[in-house]
Design a protein around this ligand. Sequence first.
Ligand code: PLP
Length: 401
Amino acid sequence: MIFLDAAATTPVRREVIEAMFPFLTNQFGNPSSHHELGELAATALEQARAQCAAVLGAHAEELVFTAGGTESDNLALKGIALARRAADPTLNRILISAVEHPAIVESASYLRRVHGFVVDVVPVDASGLVDQGAFAALLESSRPESSTADESQASSGGVAVASIMYANNEVGTVQDLPALARLARAAGVPLHSDAVQAAGWLSLDVRELGVDALSISGHKLGAPKGVGLLYVRSGIHYEPLIHGGGQERGARSGTENVAFSVALATALGLQEAGRGAAVGRVTRLREDFIERILREIPTALLTGHRSRRLPNVASFCFPGTSGESVLLELERRDIVCSSGSACAAGSDEPSAVLSALGMERAVAQTALRFSFAHDVTGEQLRAAGDELIAAVDRMQRLGGK
Ligand code: PLP
C-alpha cells in the first residue's frame, strides 16, 4: 500500500513509542503526587513542555497540553473570546477566515448561538489566501477611535479574537501569517492560528509569526491521536473549558497525560530536526507529481495556491469523475488518499473550503488530496501518478459513476 494521506494522520514513530513507554509502565506516577514517582512524572511533563517551547520559540508557561488539535482550537477561540468580553463587554465580535477547520467554525458557531457573539467571516481568493484588505477593514472597526468603520460593524462592537489558519488542510494553501498578525496587532486584536497542518513542515516560531495563540495536533506528526498543544502568549487571558483540580496552571484541569505529552514533545522535536531536509526534497517531489498530473490529465485542476502551499500537499479536482469513485478505484490499486478532508468525509456536501474558493458544487465534488510524509519517495509518487492517471481515465470514460 502507498499511503498518501499523511494530512489525515500518521503512524506513531518508534522513537516516540520508546520515549513514552516508561510513563505508561514503571514511571506511571501522577504529576500531582508528593512522592518520588509523582515527581518523576512532573519532571517529565515539564521537560516535554520545555522541549515544545524550544521548537515554538515560546516560554514553557505559555504552553498547555490538550487532547488534540480540536481541543486546542476550542480552547483558544472560546477561551480568549470569553475572557476578553468578560473584561470588556463591548468586545462582542469574532473574526474567522472562510477556510477554517470545523474545530474553529463550530466553536465560532457555538459562541454565536450560546454567548451571542457576532461572527464575521474573512473572505479568501480563489487560491485560498485570506483577503488582507477585508481582514484589515473588519479589524479596523475594532478600534475605539475608528472613524472609517461602517455603522453596522461599529454598532456590533469590537473584535474579541481573530482566528486564521496557518495552512489549509484541504488545499494546502499557506497564509502570510506575519502580515496578518501585524494587522491584528495594530488593531489590538489577539490572533489565533490553527497550525495543525503546518507543524512539521513550516516554521512554528511564534515570535517570528507574530501570533498570539497557536494550535498543534500530535497525530499529524508521528505522535498518538488524542494529544495536542496550545500556545497562548503570556499576558493574553483565556477562560478554561475544563474545570477541576487546576492542572496546567488552571488552563485545563484533569490529571495530565504524561506519556502523550512526552510523545508529542519527542515527535515535534524529531519533525523539527528533519524539517529542513524534508521540505526541500518533498517540495521537489510534489512539484514533479503536480506537473505530471496536470500534463497527463488535461482536465485536471490544481486546487489551492500554486506556490504558497504546504510542501506535502497536492490537491486536485478531476471534472467528469466523482472524488469518491476515484478514491475507491485508487484504493483497489493500493493507493490511499483522501477525497475532501477526513474530518468532513462521509458527508455528501461539497467541501465548505472549496466553496469558499468559489468552486462550483459539481467540480468541488471531484476533489482529491494527496498528502505526503517526510519519508515519501519518488518511486512511490511515480507509481501513484501511474495509477491516478489510469483511474481518472477509467472514471471519465465511465462518466463519473
Ligand atoms: N485543524 C486542522 C487544520 C486539521 O487538519 C485537523 C485534523 O484534521 C484538526 C484541526 C483537528 O485535530 P485533531 O484531529 O487532533 O483533533
